[in-house]
Design a protein. Sequence first.
Length: 217
Amino acid sequence: MLEIIPGILEKEWSEIERKIELVLPFAKTIHIDLLDGKFVDNITLMDPEPFKKYTSEIFFEVHMMVEEPIQYLQSFADAGFKRFLGHIEKMSDISEFVAKGQLLGEVGLAIDGPTAFGKSPVPFEDVDCLLFYTSQQVGFSGPPFLPERLEKVKTARRLATENNLPFFPIEVDGGVNENTIVLAKDTGVTRFVTTSFLFRGNPKEQYTLLESLVKGE
């Protein structure tokens, strides 16, 4: 299933809440960026507690751009998050992260822009999705989409198909807008995180535009 997912990267709860309220009427999933200032030189709100206000209303996923994301799994699950995306670059044990994540909800592995991808770090059947960052490097909202990042998506789609998982979910984050979303879709992407583009104008109108483009309307 193709899905547009609003992404939120903010330091203050007041701004996070404002954006949640804007997309709540029409989004099916909300993507929250988590940055600890160690993966890259940026930081977001790290406390999952305020999200409890909304996690019973809509599906939340957390994109953990942090050192040892396994340490955040339980607290975000307790706050009602249902999908956990951890970066392979900052994990000492990828299999352990996946195993614990499976007990708490859906678990996916995230791959940063500069990171090479030739094979899945764990068997495809052990994870619920892969996320590829399609700008230069994770951690900031607004960098441009880099088409060459889609080569990794093509590889992942081919490998998933070879493993009898032709509909395996592949997510991209970074530079998704009205000019790049169809290119991403055509390489096998099924979930499209949009952050700066969505909130640049009227979020509902931007969301509807992207949805119509991926549906070919």
